[in-house]
Design a protein around this ligand. Structure first.
Ligand SMILES: Nc1nc2c(ncn2[C@@H]2O[C@H](COP(=O)(O)OP(=O)(O)O)[C@@H](O)[C@H]2O)c(=O)[nH]1
Ligand SMILES: [Mg+2]
Length: 361
């Protein structure tokens, strides 16, 4: 499967995701994603039948005035009227975006996706959407939870997104008694626990907002609390990143005082930055053979020597790389977490607009 998605369409998705934290509902077709979405919104927005019309990706954001837009593969964005809306006409678009007033949307956007193994899909939904969300609520139907196809699709999600994500074991009312549910949950924890932040059971069918008992017993209360906590983490992460970006922008402003000749001399260096940073990402991702703190510190020193004093890149990039590589290690440090932290900081930097400190227009 290839993504026949234009840069313009990707830019629209990036624009949407830049506004606010967001998470997406993903999983196999019929896992219960749209039912869960309706439960979270507290209103039946999307059709949820086995025979339901195939829908494209549905991006939902907050606004007091309802609005519906459709995004095409070529990046064209058009507003549609909801009057007499026929969902069966929407599948040809790359995505649709609803703006509506629902409390949960005040903090985060929600992105409902078609099933991963939907044969009607022209694009790889995991590849398309996961770069634009802070975390995923992966829905796996309890009676056949966490299949090979799901495992394979989940591998394509960036690991920093995985670590923030929730595995929702859905439709648990269809699995015999509590003991059976426990068995399914234990298996999911065993098989998928390492690549999710948390794993929770839910029956969207039994969840009723107006009846506290059912809201709790269905798993809805715990799931909503888990989502809120992931959203809060995402908001904090975004605030920290904005602060770092501000700092970098200020550093760049200082460099504005350079003479034209100095600026010209730096230009080839700026062009080297992307490839050097990709090399750095590569080195970090092969840090798996590091098993002791000393080895890790030696690796960091080596990276600082190689990249942080890199004549081939600009000073502001070298400074930033040095900052990214500043780690403190103690006996209590979880080494693999520290390695993965540095790896992700660098990867995040390499993928963000702030990698291009040069502002070459
Ligand atoms: N029994 C039961 N059925 C559910 C539950 N959630 C969804 N379903 C049913 O499963 C089918 C697919 O649900 P849908 O939300 O459309 O799945 P999606 O394709 O992942 O969006 C529909 O018939 C739903 O009524 C649940 O918690 N319990
Ligand atoms: Mg659906």
């Amino acid at each position: 499967m290839t993504n026949k998605v234009s840069d313009k369409a990707t830019a629209v998705l990036s624009g949407w995701s830049a506004q606010k934290p967001g998470f997406s509902l993903m999983g196999e077709y019929s896992a219960g994603k749209s039912s869960l979405l309706n439960m979270l919104l507290g209103q039946p927005l999307l059709p949820t039948k086995v025979t339901a019309t195939h829908l494209p990706t549905v991006w939902i954001t907050h606004g007091e005035t309802r609005k519906l837009e459709v995004l095409e593969h070529d990046g064209t964005l058009t507003e549609l009227s909801e009057d007499g809306l026929d969902f069966s006409t929407l599948h040809a678009h790359l995505a649709v975006r609803f703006t509506l007033p629902a409390d949960i949307l005040r903090e985060a956007d929600i992105v409902d996706t078609p099933g991963i193994s939907d044969p009607n899909l022209a694009v790889d939904i995991v590849e398309l959407i996961s770069p634009h969300v802070d975390f995923v609520v992966w829905c796996t139907a309890a009676n056949q939870a966490w299949r090979q196809t799901e495992k394979a699709a989940w591998k394509n999600v960036q690991s920093y997104v995985q670590r923030q994500s929730i595995l929702a074991v859905t439709r648990v009312d269809q699995v015999g008694n509590d003991k059976d549910v426990q068995r399914v949950m234990s298996r999911c924890v065993r098989e998928a626990g390492k690549s999710f932040h948390s794993i929770l059971p839910i029956s969207a069918k039994l969840a009723r907002r107006d009846a506290e008992d059912s809201w709790t017993a269905s798993g809805a209360a715990d799931l909503v609390a888990a989502i809120s906590s992931r959203v809060a983490d995402a908001a904090e992460f975004r605030a920290e990143r904005a602060e770092r970006e501000g700092e970098l922008a200020r550093n760049v402003a200082v460099e504005d005082d350079k003479t034209e000749a100095e600026a010209l001399a730096e230009k080839p260096k700026q062009e080297n930055v992307q490839s050097r940073i990709q090399e750095l990402v590569g080195v970090m991702s092969s840090a798996a053979n590091v098993t002791t703190n000393d080895q890790f510190l030696a690796l960091i020193d080596h990276l600082k020597d190689t990249f942080g004093r890199d004549e081939q890149t600009t000073e502001s990039h070298a400074d930033t790389i040095n900052n990214l590589l500043s780690v403190s290690i103690s006996n209590d440090t979880n080494l693999s977490a520290a390695i993965s932290q540095v790896h992700h900081e660098i990867k995040d930097f390499s993928e963000g607009s702030w990698c291009r400190l040069d502002r070459v227009s």
